[in-house]
Design a protein around this ligand. Structure first.
Ligand code: ADP
Ligand code: MG
Length: 545
């Protein structure tokens, strides 16, 4: 075929990387993302401060949050960010772990590629290894879902974040909340964690964070003459405005005769009076309105001793409906005794500088609220993220009752047993299975590094313990040594660990299989010159490999 002109199928100048270059470039990008969040892993992990172009900042230790906020350009890096997002949305924790593992699977694969092992062989070996790893996880898992275990699960999840010294206190709140919403359905415990509402309010200290059996709305009553407390509340949820409909086009009302002003105002007043009358007649003593309530309506409501709140968030309205058994009503004519919800008490309370409405003793007790307090915006936001993680992991464990030893213990155990398994496989796949075993050590190693421990000595000690059969040996961050995770109560839910391993592996294999990176047309973009680069958007930022 020599001498023939090469056939050009791509426009001249199209950016393209092939074969080893493409593979190497992709692996570097994945490793770079993993490296960027490595230092946040575990209880001694550091925080990242993300500053956007207008100077807004987010301070976080949460892998998913950091990666979401990071301005990532490289297409492969974006795939890794997706792993964090999927881990976060499916199990709520273990995002940093998943990303670090993905980076390490690729790093170990890179060494094999350099030795001439084909990526298909690596992928096969990795697949064999992960199947074995899942069996080892099942066999090593512990079963319990009592409150003490759940508190340990919560504390471990919170410790991974930056919640200061309040882990135990917060863990307790989380377990209480999950216990309150857990239900038995078809002889199985199910937890709908969305029944746990989490709100935050600046001010006070973290120890002022409270658990409420009921719901709170971040709104005060609309009129000072309304009662502060309503016992035996009958609640109307209204999603239309208690206002007179404004005409679409701005209208000018011309009143020529002064005596007509009274008539005009009188009409308006009558309208509001009849609106409030409809509410009163239904038997409601509390009105929670999604839209506005005009002054005159407020006045009549107050006169009737009705507690009213306006501009309640739509999501809160839905939660209130579920909790109190009320029907959300659009037309006041539809308001009846049957459409009202019930709660033992509706009360306005002062929290910090603001007043909030507390709805407790709801008809359906499976609705609870946690109100986070803390000195600053950044503090309450980070606690919110941590609590959400903890709520998810405690819910999972309450349902499954299965957990594993944390602090790198399970990863060390899998690593040890996978090495033994590799010997039984042989061939080139054995190399990949060994690489998988080695990759798992990144978790205990990073935990040790982040705690300022010597990673090499610590890992040697940890391996020795596991070889002796001590499955619960892990990184004891507090004592700066290898310790017993069972005694320390450092537990991670089985589902979180399994998901992290699986999604890390999936993305690693997907990236390994790519040997050609071609700038493609942006979907829908025109054929204009240079348009070919569109689809790769970020390729410009790709380092030259
Ligand atoms: P991720 O986003 O992966 O959840 P984290 O920063 O939350 O990352 O760290 C989780 C890791 O930290 C888990 O491996 C967990 O077992 C470990 N860990 C949490 N608390 C401790 C502790 N007190 N001692 C040792 N390891 C811990
Ligand atoms: Mg975590």
């Amino acid at each position: 075929m020599s001498g023939q002109m090469p056939i050009l199928i791509l426009k001249e100048g199209t950016k393209r990387e092939q074969g080893k270059d493409a593979q190497r470039g992709n692996i570097e990008a994945a490793k770079a993302i993993a490296d960027s969040i490595r230092t946040t892993l575990g209880p001694k992990g550091m925080d990242k401060m993300l500053v956007d172009s207008i100077g807004d900042i987010v301070i976080s230790n949460d892998g998913a949050t950091i990666l979401k906020e990071m301005d990532v350009d490289h297409p492969i890096a974006k795939m890794i960010v997706e792993v964090a997002k999927s881990q976060d949305s499916s199990v709520g924790d273990g995002t940093t772990t998943a990303v670090i593992l993905a980076g390490e699977f690729l790093k170990q694969a890179e060494t094999l590629l350099e030795q001439g092992v084909h990526s298909t062989v690596i992928a096969n070996g990795y697949r064999l290894a992960i199947n074995e790893a899942k069996k080892i996880m099942e066999a090593s898992s512990k079963s319990a879902s009592d409150d003490k275990t759940l508190r340990n699960i919560a504390t471990t999840a919170l410790a991974g974040k930056n919640t200061g010294s309040s882990y135990d206190f917060l863990a307790d709140l989380v377990v209480k909340a999950v216990d309150a919403v857990a239900e038995v359905r078809n002889n199985k415990i199910t937890v709908d964690y969305t029944n746990i509402k989490v709100d935050k309010k600046n001010g006070g200290s973290v120890s002022d964070t409270q658990f409420i059996e009921g719901l709170i709305i971040d709104k005060e009553r609309v009129h000072p003459k309304m009662p502060v407390v309503v016992k035996g509340a009958k609640i109307a949820l209204i999603d239309s405005a208690l206002e007179i409909k404004k005409t679409e086009i701005e209208a000018k009302v011309q009143i020529t005769d002064p005596s007509k002003i009274q008539d005009f105002l009188g009409q308006e007043s009558e309208t509001f009076k009849s609106m409030v009358e409809k509410i009163r007649k239904s038997g409601a003593n509390v009105v929670l309105a999604q839209k506005g309530i005009e002054d005159l309506a407020q006045h009549y409501l107050a006169k009737d001793g009705i507690y009213a709140v306006r501009r309640v968030k739509k999501s809160d309205m839905e939660k209130l409906a579920k909790a109190t058994g009320a029907k959300i009503v659009t037309n006041l004519d539809d308001l009846s005794k049957e459409s009202l919800g019930k709660a033992e008490k509706v009360e306005e309370k002062k929290i910090g500088d603001d007043r909030m409405t507390f709805i407790t003793g709801c008809a359906n007790p499976k609705a609870v609220n946690i109100l986070i307090r803390g000195a600053t915006d950044h503090v309450v936001s980070e606690i919110e993220r941590s609590l959400n993680d903890a709520i998810r992991v405690v819910s999972l464990t309450k349902e499954d009752g299965k957990y594993l030893y944390g602090g790198g213990a399970i990863e060390s155990e899998i690593s040890l047993r996978i090495r033994a398994y590799a010997n039984t496989v042989g061939g080139r796949e054995q190399l990949a299975i060994d690489a998988f075993a080695k990759a798992l050590e990144v978790i205990p190693r990073t935990l040790a590094e982040n705690a300022g421990m010597d990673p090499i000595n610590t890992l040697i000690k940890l391996k020795a313990e596991h070889e002796k059969g001590k499955q619960s040996a892990g990184i004891s961050v507090g004592e700066n040594s290898v310790g017993d995770m069972s005694a320390a109560g450092i537990f991670d839910p089985m589902r979180v660990k399994k998901h992290a391993l699986e999604s890390a592996m999936e993305v690693a294999i997907m990236i390994l299989r790519i040997d050609d990176v071609v700038a493609s047309k942006k979907s829908g973009a025109s054929e204009s010159p240079g348009g070919g680069m569109g689809g790769m958007g970020g390729m410009g930022g790709m380092p030259p490999y």
